[in-house]
Design a protein around this ligand. Structure first.
Ligand code: ATP
Ligand code: MG
Length: 422
């Protein structure tokens, strides 16, 4: 895949920008806070409609503007010229509700899931360190984005999951606000005894008859939650196995087999990667039923795909807790290379690579692994000093093809030249 052009309007510190790119390596250089990362962020946004830095679209709108627009034109490895564009308005109508319009080849894409897997770019950024150092949410997001980009039904399942769990949690809070379900069930028992009185026309407390409905309604949400969660979990288990294999391979390569990485999916107890979807569904349903009283007490669902984690163990111990900064960087690099391998394998397209200020943080062995991996891809690199990125290395003038340098100054990008200016 090759990015042919990019156009930004009111995006971050860019008023309007239009750039055309030939094949090769593109180095965006300049002082701090000029807009280098913003440009990579805009390109990455066209892969999955989510920035690598924030989940809040309104932050991306240029201050003082009321919308942003980003569009990319690209050439697939099958030689088809395609485009993706995104427009976002924080308040599009009188109600002030935000709107997002996504187009593929100038036709509107109504479902967000249909945007996944159209344009492939992978970003290597300083924020990636959070995959190892951060909380479980960072690792779940990494896995969710990876799977969604190669499997649209996974993304739709995730959307369904959030809708269903939202409903279940609302019901749990509702039950909690009226006393625990066991107290309710006690009422149900009493209600049963009162049936005759009811039939005789005596009045039943409306609160009391709500109880059996709540229990039955919870059964309905549990069944739906177990069904959609089992699809999500099955895919997460499968992808984790692939991720573990490829990342371990990269890390062995990087450390001359000194470091061993093992990645495991950590879900509810009893969940096993050999399990089929139906078994997972049955087990999770049991888990939901057993945890129901606790869930009512909390007013939320305590087990499920929204709580799971990836365990990253380096040489048998938890990397988040025991690995050095350098080891954590190596793990992140291995994970990103694994992401690249999986995406290439499943999508059958070589993704565009966006390297945001990462070269300066890598030592020579990590840098040369990255250089090996990026061969044959179109690459965009940001840095403050291009001379540090490409010292007279074999890569710079060799198999990477042409290298173009673009000065970035205060939301403007100069035209590409074969050597950095000044
Ligand atoms: P560094 O070398 O420090 O990483 P950079 O060139 O990558 O710098 P960016 O993160 O791309 O910097 O851009 C930062 C600039 O963009 C800052 O000046 C910031 O104030 C500006 N900026 C960020 N969001 C917006 C926005 N919504 N509207 C206007 N300007 C913004
Ligand atoms: Mg930056």
């Amino acid at each position: 895949m090759r990015l042919c052009s990019v156009e930004l309007t009111n995006f971050r510190n860019y008023d309007h920008l239009q750039l055309v790119f030939p094949d090769g390596t593109h180095v965006l250089y300049g002082a701090n806070a000029q807009g280098k990362t913003n440009l990579l962020e805009a390109i990455y946004l066209c892969t999955c409609a989510r920035s690598h830095r924030t989940g809040r679209d309104e932050e991306l709108v240029r201050h003082g503007s009321d919308f942003y627009r980003v569009s990319v034109r690209f050439l697939t490895d099958r030689n088809l010229e395609e485009s993706v564009s995104l427009e976002y308005r924080p308040s599009s109508n009188r109600n002030g509700t935000p709107s997002r319009t996504i187009c593929y080849n100038d036709l509107e894409v109504t479902r967000l899931s249909d945007m996944m897997g159209l344009f492939h770019a992978i970003i290597f950024a300083p924020e990636d360190l959070q995959i190892v150092k951060g909380g479980p949410g960072e690792r779940r997001r990494f896995l969710n984005v990876l799977i969604s980009r190669t499997d649209r039904s996974y993304f739709r399942d995730l959307q369904d999951f959030w809708r269903i769990i939202g409903q279940r949690n609302r019901l749990l809070k509702h039950i909690k606000s009226r006393g625990s379900l066991s107290a309710r069930e006690e009422t149900v028992r009493l209600c049963g005894n009162l049936t005759a009185f009811d039939q005789d026309g005596s009045e039943l407390d409306i609160e009391e008859i709500a109880a059996p409905q709540s229990g039955a309604q919870l059964d309905v949400w549990d069944a739906q939650l177990a069904s959609v969660s089992s699809s999500i979990l099955k895919k997460r288990l499968d992808y984790t196995e692939k991720l573990s294999e490829y990342a371990a391979l990269s890390l062995r390569h990087l450390t001359s087999s000194r470091e061993q990485l093992d990645i495991q999916y950590r879900g509810f107890s009893g969940l096993d990667r050999e399990m089929g979807r139906e078994t997972i569904e049955r087990l999770y349903l049991e888990r939901l039923r057993r945890g129901r009283e606790d869930d009512i007490a909390r007013g939320s669902t305590s087990n499920g795909p929204h709580r799971d984690d990836l365990s990253l163990a380096l040489n048998g111990v938890e990397a988040r807790l025991f690995s050095s900064q350098g080891q954590q960087r190596s793990i992140v690099l291995s994970l990103k290379i694994a992401e690249l391998m999986i995406l290439t394998e499943i999508a059958g397209e070589k993704p565009i690579l966006l390297l945001d200020d990462v070269m300066s943080e890598l030592d020579s062995s990590r840098r040369s692994l990255l250089m090996e991996v990026i061969q044959g891809h179109q690459v965009f690199i940001t840095c403050t000093d291009p001379a540090q990125i490409f010292p007279a290395s074999s890569y710079a003038q060799g198999s990477a093809g042409s290298v173009y340098y673009y000065p970035v100054v205060n939301g403007t990008v100069g035209s590409g030249t074969n050597a950095p200016m000044g």
